[in-house]
Design a protein around this ligand. Sequence first.
Ligand code: ZN
Ligand code: ZN
Length: 565
Amino acid sequence: MSNTEIIDILELTAKLMELHDGDAFKIKSFQTAAFNLDKTSEDLTKLSFPELIKLPGVGKAVAGKVLQIVETGRLQDLDDLLAQTPEGVLQMFRIKGIGAKKIRMLWRELGIDTIRDLRLACESGEIAKIKGFGEKTQQAILDSLVFLENQTGKLRMDKAEALANMLLDVFEKEFSRVEITGQVRQKAEEVETVQFVVSTANPVAAFAFLNSLSYLEQNVIESTPFVWRGQASGYEVMLEIVTAAPGQFESQLFIHSAAEKHLATTGSTGWTLLQTSMAFPAEAEEAVYQRAGLPYVVPEMREGNHEFVWSQNHNPNDLVTWDALRGILHNHSTYSDGKHSLEQMATYCRDLGFQYFGIADHSQTASYAHGLEPYRIRQQHEEIDRLNEQFGGSFRILKGIESDILGDGSLDYDDEILASFDYVVASVHSNLSMTSEKATARLISAIQNPYTTILGHPTGRLLLARAGYPIDYKAVIDACAERGVVIEINASPWRLDIDWRWIQYAVSKGVMLSINPDAHEMAGFHDMHYGVGVARKGGLTKNMTFNALTLKEMETYLQSRRQRI
Ligand SMILES: [Zn+2]
Ligand SMILES: [Zn+2]
C-alpha cells in the first residue's frame, strides 16, 4: 500500500464524516493528518506507532487509524460511512465547486441522491434558489457535470502508459511480436483506447489466450474476428488488440500509429501512405515513407496537422529528447510544499547527469504551500551558495522562484527581492475562474514584468479533472515573443500545459519552451519523460528547448537578460 492510498482513505473519511455531520474535532484531526502525511518522505507502511505520532499533525487517534489501514488495507470508520452513503451522493464529491456541506444540503434537504437528479435540478433552476448556492454555483455544477461526463473512459498519459507496459510484458511471452500502438505510442495526453498489434497466424488461438487472462474481459459485441476489444479490470478505458498475420504486421503497426489524415497524404509517387503500406504490408515504416516519396515522420507527430510542412525544414533527429536536456528548472523543496530537501533534490538532479538544478519554490502569497517570505528566501540563497561551493564548477543550483501572478497580473514580491533571483517562473494559482479577456490580460501583464523569465503552466488545467481558464493563446504567445519570455511545457502528466498544439506557433514567433517537471519530490524529475513526449508531438526541436541549454549557455542567457532590466 502506498502513502497516497493511505492518505486518500483518510481524506475520504474526513469528507464523509463532514457529510454525515460528524464531530468537528475528529474531522479536523483527519484533515490535518492527511495534509501533513502528504509531505512526509517516510514510507508510512514501515512506521511504528511511536514513530507515527512523532510526525507533525499526527495524533494518537489518527496514528491508530493509519496502522489499521496498513495492517488490514481498510478502515472501519470509512466502511461504516460508505454503508450509509448512496452511490450518487458519493459521486457528487467529484464535482468541482461543492464540498461536503453543500452536498449534505442537496441530499438531506432536497432529497437529491443521484447525479441525474442533480443535473435536472440545475437545469430547471431549482439549485440557484437554495440559500448559499445561487446562479453561479448552479452553473459551476452544470459545467462540472458536463466535463465529468466527457471524461469517463479516459486515462491520463502516465496511467495509460503504465497499463500498456504491464500488458506488453504479458503479451510478449505469448506472441512472437507485439507493439503498443495508437494513442499511447502517439503520446496523446488523454487516452481513450489502449491499443496493441500482435503478430499471430491464428486469431482464434490469440483470442483464447486473451480470454484466459482473468483480468481481461472481452466485449463480444464490439470485437471482430481480428480485433479483440474489451477492458482490463479496474479500467474504464477501451482496450483493443489487433491481430495481424506475420506478413501484415508492419502494415498494421503503421496504420494503427497514425491519424487518418496523415495516412491520406500523397507522396511524389501519387500514392497515399495508406495505399503504399497496404501494397507493401511487410515493409517497415521508414521504407513505406521512402517508397511513397515522403520524409519519415515519428509516430507522435502523425496527426495530419502540419508535420510535412515541419519536415521541409527539420528532420526527426532535430526533435528534443531526454538526453538533450541539460538541466531541470521549476522544482520545489521542503522550503515550500516539496517532499525532499533542497540538497536532496539538487544531488539527485546531479546524479541523473544534469548540469543544473533550478529551484523555484512557491512565493509568499501561496500560504497554503508554505510560500517563501523574504527572510526564508535569504536563508535559501545562503544555503544555495554553500551547496554550490561544494558542488564545484560542473554543477550548479540556480536561484529561482515560482512567483504567483496576483489578480491584477503583478508578481508577488517587490523589485528588490525579484532582482535577487537568477530567474522567475510566473504562474497563476488562485482565482482560476476568469473570462478569457481577464485571464489573458492578467498573463500579459505578468509577461511584461521585466523579471519574468518563464511563464508557468499557462492555463492551470488539470487533465481529466479541471479545464484550464480560457486564454487567447496567440495574444499570450505574442506577448512572450515581444518580451523574450520562455513558455513552460509543464511536464506533470496532470498538466502538460502549454498544450502541445501551440508549440509550433510559439516556435514560429521565436519563443523558446522549457520542459519543466514541477517536481515536488525527487521522483518527480522523471515526469519530464511525459513532457518530452508531448514536446516531440508538437515538433519541438532541441535548439528551441530552453533547458537544453548547457550550464554555461544558461548562465550567459540569464545574465544578459538581467542586464536588460
Ligand atoms: Zn505552479
Ligand atoms: Zn510549481
